[in-house]
Design a protein around this ligand. Sequence first.
Ligand code: ATR
Length: 276
Amino acid sequence: MDRYALIGHPVEHSKSPLIHAAFARQTRQKLSYRALLAPLDGFSDTVQMFRKEGGHGANITVPFKIEACSLATRLTERARLAGAVNTLTFVNDAVVGDNTDGIGLVRDLIVNLACPLAGRHVLLLGAGGAARGVLFPLFQTKPVSLTVVNRTVERAQELRAAFAPYAGQTAFTAGGFQDLDGWEFDVVINATSASLENETLPLPNSIFAPNAFAYDMMYGDTPFLAWARSAGVTQLSDGLGMLVEQAAESFALWRGVRPKSARVLRELREKSASNG
Ligand code: ATR
């Protein structure tokens, strides 16, 4: 049986083993996928050990996505631009690093949520690793404008400088939360980790255009989504679909077959609803 794993710290509450097991059942692929806790100073050793055991590939999560970038012997363009890797594939002596987070976000928005990005005004909140990981795939969807704002304005400006060559026809600007007064957006994506600290962002209610969509890359009923709802937004989503879609992309890379991810997402939503 081919072996795969999620490597991170912590990993015990991850839904990835469940998602990949569902994909394997659905596509009749014989494989195992488990969560593997790596010590904070032992990521590389854990990967080597897993390869020796016959591991075929691994997903990488917090806090090792940047370290996984330097461990890879080859990087895809999207991983190189993200500066982070969430998918490793072991091919003989080579370790190929890829990043499927951005395409996961884009597929969730466009396919699962019927929220187009082409020709629209998109606001990305945050300029950390999560924001960096989705910028290149967002540009590929050809929004008319993409604005990045961050608490620390310099980080947003650094992202702008790094990604400007990839913006194509999209008007790409960067700033701070205070610069948003008077501007409206069709799609607002929260890529900050503020929800983890249970904090809301200092955003004006007026940033939402009529029929705007609010998306939080974290999952659960986050403070950002609660705030967007109170600002009158009716189209909202957490990041559960992004999690399923990035997993589906990794699965397709490893196995050469694409699972029906929407079905697995529906099952997960039903399960979390019945768990209260
Ligand atoms: P990640 O990999 O999750 O993106 P990160 O690189 O540490 O983690 O980035 C966290 C992001 O969330 C940053 O954009 C951070 O803003 P700063 O660059 O100013 O630190 C943002 N963030 C975290 N907590 C926040 C809060 N309470 N309010 C606003 N922004 C917050």
